[in-house]
Design a binder for this molecule. Structure first.
Ligand code: B12
Length: 212
């Protein structure tokens, strides 16, 4: 089955039809990963349309809702594909202060959990102190994942890294960062260790930190 239909229907915000297409794809044996890829492509297109003023915030909001429902549908597949169950290590993840985009973070969380990692999810709009507190409460966590979708939230990314350093915990963890506007340069300039282009890269990085 061609997952292009999922991308097209999501871009058109055809809610019911896109769920039907997803269900069809699942029934046809398409992997959760493929369905996720098709949905992400649509979200990127909607973002471009917003930039060109061809879509509004309300459209992004609706697209976000639909994407969340798609995620709910494919979560069991993603977990099965990853092999959930083992505990290879622990990661703390959150969307930085000033930013409320949570879908990217949640996909990373599902991918990490699916690959056998325990994830402490701090949610969205997370102030630096909350990351520090989570690290204190979870001294065995070796990875922190920051999600950032707004360029205006880059300063809070930097502040988060700094707060972790000031708390004396920087040596304990590797910090990875991801989100639509993030690049390797942003990762470096905000003091993070790694730029993760997608959830799979985040999983590989976490694996490498834990040596598994
Ligand atoms: C949906 C959406 C929204 C929804 C969010 C819904 C939700 N629950 O998350 C709503 C409507 C709330 C929203 C609001 C706004 N948004 Co918005 N939004 C989007 C949109 C269209 C899709 C984002 C998304 O969910 N993608 C789906 C995810 C699953 O896909 P993904 O990004 O590929 O995720 C992967 C990677 O990014 C990576 N990753 C992400 N985080 C992390 C973290 C770690 C640790 C790792 C390892 C990897 C990783 O792994 C993910 C999985 O593979 C983007 C467009 C885009 N290009 O991203 C704009 C976009 C991010 N939004 C934008 C803007 C401007 C806004 C608003 C300011 C609009 C406004 N005027 O109000 C507000 C800001 C609100 C706030 N304070 O945060 C801009 C940001 C521009 C910029 N460079 O700063 C974008 C880029 C649109 C655009 N092209 O202009 N938005």
């Amino acid at each position: 089955m061609n997952t292009k239909k999922i991308t097209e229907l999501l871009v058109e915000l055809e809610e019911d039809k896109v769920y039907d297409a997803v269900d069809e794809a699942i029934a046809a044996g398409v992997s959760g990963r493929e369905i996720l890829k098709a949905s992400q492509a649509a979200m990127a297109t909607i973002g471009e349309m917003y930039k060109r003023e061809e879509a509004f915030v309300a459209d992004m909001m609706f697209a976000g809702e639909i994407m969340r429902n798609i995620l709910t549908r494919i979560q069991p597949l993603l977990e099965k594909e990853g092999g959930k169950g083992a505990t290879l290590g622990k990661a703390i993840i959150g969307t930085v202060k000033g930013d409320i985009h949570d879908l990217g973070k949640d996909v990373v969380m599902i991918a990490l959990e699916g690959n056998g990692f325990e994830v402490i999810d701090l949610g969205v709009d997370v102030p630096p102190e909350k990351f520090v507190e989570a690290l204190k409460n979870n001294p065995d966590a070796k990875v922190v994942g920051l999600s950032v979708f707004l360029t205006s939230a880059f300063p809070s990314t930097e502040k988060t890294v700094k707060a972790i350093a000031d708390s004396g915990k920087r040596g304990q963890v590797k910090i990875m960062v991801g989100g639509a506007p993030v690049t390797e340069v942003v990762a470096r300039e905000t003091g993070c260790d790694y730029f993760a282009e997608d959830a799979a890269a985040g999983v590989s990085f976490t694996r490498s930190v834990y040596g598994v």
